[in-house]
Design a protein around this ligand. Structure first.
Ligand SMILES: [Zn+2]
Length: 394
């Protein structure tokens, strides 16, 4: 495909080409030193240092999170946010490829310096810890970390190339039933069975399942189910995730699920205590104007990228804290293919892909497309206007 790019747009790509070996080196170093969420001390230090060396002003430990940071180049509006994740998973290491996410953000930011120099505005890399085990961006959203951003972008490794993702709103619920223990054979009439309350809850939820939206999900585990078979369990506990493709419907669904627990308590005589986790995942609001710029730019470097629109895309998806970011500013989280479709995310094979040649190439391509998107936004105010108009209208 022969496309005449503006000279500066070409320079942005060239910069990523000339930074190749440094970006790769740091991506592999982070891959070799996997750190769990909120403990990404090495990765956040290495990334901050790299950006500092590139004349970014770095503020570490923002939002009272020691491994979060904000690195700024330029001054004032518009503010282009590039989000970086760098946490890993237990046992399987970087099996979600977050070592590539942060380097895509860093590569994009460094190559965008010349665009900022020419057109003004600023480019900000925000280091966002603990996507996997905590929902770091939810906390950071409530603390205002993304409030001044005109756009927020993050590219996540995957087995397909797409400009938008579907993510479900998700609420975690912790459930406890309190009963009364007694000898399960000699004095069963004296007992109140907390485990039965938990089992009834599961059955109630299974009855509810037929009558909920097809994109909704309810799944849970029992974390405490009793001590011994000859003791009527006086205590049971469980953790549940309730998800929906619509934030308002999630509220409705939560009430129905709560009724499942309440009625189980009534039936057994056990006392119910429940707690909704304070971190609630929001749905992803894809900014289509922003997604289209990314698609055009990916096409220019020879990658065909789709914009999935069907609601069916909700069927095989989970939740991400990027959803919460997308509620406060115009956002996209495109995915870039680094492995064949047969490779499952969060598997050892995906971890290997995140350090493979295809993984590194995906990182380069995503950084190039994202940097060209930054160019589009800063060089042509109409582009940003369209993006912001769409966000404000929603
Ligand atoms: Zn991930």
């Amino acid at each position: 495909m022969v496309v005449k790019l503006e000279k500066l747009k070409q320079a942005v790509i060239k910069q990523i080409d000339s930074d190749r070996s440094q970006l790769k080196k740091l991506a592999l170093k982070i891959h070799d030193n996997p750190e769990l969420g909120l403990k990404e001390y090495k990765a956040s230090a290495w990334l901050s240092q790299y950006l500092e060396e590139q004349d970014f002003t770095v503020e570490n430990g923002i939002c009272d999170m020691p491994t979060a940071f904000r690195a700024t180049y330029g001054e004032g509006k518009p503010v282009i946010g590039l989000l970086a994740e760098y946490d890993s998973l237990p046992v399987v290491g970087h099996a979600c490829g977050h070592n590539l996410i942060c380097m895509i953000a860093v590569g994009t930011a460094v190559s965008s310096k010349q665009v900022v120099d020419r057109y003004g505005g600023s480019v900000v890399v925000i280091g966002t810890p603990a996507e996997e085990n905590y929902g770091g961006k939810i906390v950071m959203t409530t603390k205002g970390a993304f409030a001044d951003l005109d756009v927020a972008m993050l590219v996540h490794p995957d087995t397909v190339d797409a400009a938008t993702i579907f993510a479900l709103a998700c609420q975690q619920m912790t459930i406890e039933f309190f009963g009364k223990s007694s000898h399960a054979s000699a004095n069963p009439t004296e007992g109140i069975n907390a485990l039965d309350a938990m089992i009834l809850s599961f059955n109630n939820i299974n009855a509810l399942r037929q009558h909920i939206q097809s994109t909704a999900r309810i799944h849970g585990i029992i974390t405490h189910g009793g001590i011994a078979p000859n003791i009527v369990p006086d205590y049971s506990a469980g953790t549940f995730y309730i998800r929906a493709s619509d934030d308002a419907y999630l509220d409705e669904l939560l009430q129905k699920v709560l009724n499942c627990f309440k009625s189980a308590a009534t039936a057994t005589g056990a006392r119910l205590e429940y707690k909704q986790d304070e971190l609630r995942y929001a749905t992803m609001r894809n900014n289509m104007a922003l997604a289209q710029l990314y698609v055009n730019n990916m096409c220019m470097i020879g990658r065909e990228v789709k914009i999935p629109r069907s609601k069916l895309s909700f069927i095989n998806t989970g939740s991400t804290d990027m959803g919460n970011v997308s509620q406060v500013t115009a956002a996209i989280q495109p995915v870039v293919a680094i492995a064949p479709k047969s490779v499952l995310s969060h598997s050892p094979e995906f971890a290997a892909a995140a350090a493979s040649e295809d993984g590194i190439n995906g990182m380069y391509d995503a950084a190039k497309a994202l940097a060209m998107t930054v160019f589009d936004l800063l060089s042509n105010p109409d582009n940003l206007k369209k993006v912001r108009y769409e966000f404000n209208r929603q």
